[in-house]
Design a protein around this ligand. Structure first.
Ligand code: DOR
Ligand code: ZN
Length: 375
């Protein structure tokens, strides 16, 4: 990595680094895939593709077909791009889908969704105890995963407390970290586990303490950039609503501290999750927002803000792929210190039909300025 600084004031003005990997990306399908794939492929050498599509990716066969769809959706002139596929862990997922049919290098893991707790989680696991209870299908899937040295990706949230009462959304991750994760680790000591989009100080403490070759986490740019004050300033901002929910300031600070420490088991996972405006500005606002339009730039901005620009390459381009058993990219990207404005919404265009307002996609930070620009 090379950072060039202004001779007069010492400010960073240009960065050359290895092309990053996005370890958590919702590419979707059809028109949305066509919109998002080029944004991602321009910035990232590869990405771990989330399986909560409609319908969800629940067989190896579906994963390969989806991989082909993705390959058709980006312009090859942008450069090579490696979609790293995941399977959706359901109560019915057959262990053999992993044991026998998931051996490809670009099949990297299985994603756990707690049923009903996030967008696209209706097919998720009903009872988290099945992850550590012998004889259940999820338990056997995790054993097969460990044998293959592939990764369990966790949406780390519980819906119920130990008495069976419904948890407050701000407590869901903390409860999972303290009451569920330790059981999974104990039951599957050789399994590689990634806590996705870490959002709490309890999560940061746990991963900071026990992280290593078998346990790590991804951090999103938005959980590093904003806290609950931003979400409610002047009213509720639906385009800052995501799962896991944006926590109060002290949690953002704990995530920033973890990024500052810069351990090898902490990496970039954007969780870019686009939805048309019709699903955001409505009676029940769906969780998830597009960040792929500035997928590396947002991280660059916040890493500069918190004084760790020198750690950007390790975090973005090396730690994630290394944990997942993928060679970091040999390609380079260049970022320059040049402000640009996120000016317009995007459209998920259906060919041949007139654009309708409900097909607008409002990107994160619309109307605001980004400090760094990808060349
Ligand atoms: O806010 C979210 N949106 N969180 C998730 O876990 C899923 C994602 C989506 O698919 O829209
Ligand atoms: Zn996600």
């Amino acid at each position: 990595m090379k950072i060039i600084r202004d001779e007069a004031n010492g400010e960073a003005v240009r960065i050359n680094m290895r092309k990053p990997y996005d370890m958590h990306q919702h590419l979707r399908r059809d028109a949305m895939l066509k919109l998002v794939a080029p944004m991602v492929a321009r910035r990232f050498a590869g990405a771990v593709i989330m399986p909560n599509t409609v319908p969800p990716i629940t067989t190896a066969e579906m994963a390969w077909r989806y991989q082909e769809e993705i390959a058709e959706a980006w312009d090859l002139n942008i450069g090579s791009f490696e979609p790293l596929m995941t399977l959706y862990l359901t109560d019915m997922l057959e262990p053999r889908e992993v044991a026998l049919r998931f051996a490809k290098r670009t099949a990297v893991g299985v994603k756990y969704y707690p049923r009903g707790l996030t967008t696209g989680s209706d097919s998720g696991v009903k009872d988290p105890a099945s992850l550590w209870t012998k004889g259940t299908k999820p338990y056997e899937v995790l054993r097969a995963l460990a044998e293959q040295n592939k990764v369990l990706l966790l949406h780390a949230a519980d819906g119920l407390d130990t008495y069976g009462d419904e948890l407050d959304p701000y407590e869901q991750e903390k409860h999972f970290i303290e009451n569920t994760l330790p059981y999974i680790i104990d039951a599957h000591p050789t399994l590689k586990i990634s806590v996705e989009h870490l959002s709490t100080k309890e999560g940061a403490e746990f991963v900071g303490k026990y992280g290593g070759k078998r346990l790590g986490c991804s951090l999103t740019a938005h959980h590093l950039m904003i806290d609950r004050r931003d979400v409610f300033r002047g009213g509720f901002h639906p385009h800052m609503h995501w799962w896991p929910i944006i926590q109060p300031q002290e949690h953002k600070e704990a995530l920033r501290d973890l990024a500052r420490e810069g351990p090898p088991f902490v990496w970039l996972g954007s969780d870019s999750a686009p939805h048309p405006i019709g699903k955001k500005e409505t009676r029940c606002c769906i969780g998830g927002v597009l960040t792929a339009h500035a997928g590396i730039e947002f991280y660059t901005d916040v890493f500069e803000e918190i004084g760790i620009l020198d750690k950007l390459e390790q975090f973005s381009s090396v730690n994630g792929p290394s944990f997942f058993g993928i060679e970091p990219s040999k390609e380079q990207i260049t970022l320059v210190r040049e402000e640009w404005k996120i000016e317009k919404p995007f459209f998920v265009a259906k060919l041949g039909t007139p654009l309708s307002k409900t097909e607008e996609v409002i990107p994160f930070r619309l109307g605001e300025t980004v400090r760094w620009k990808l060349l």
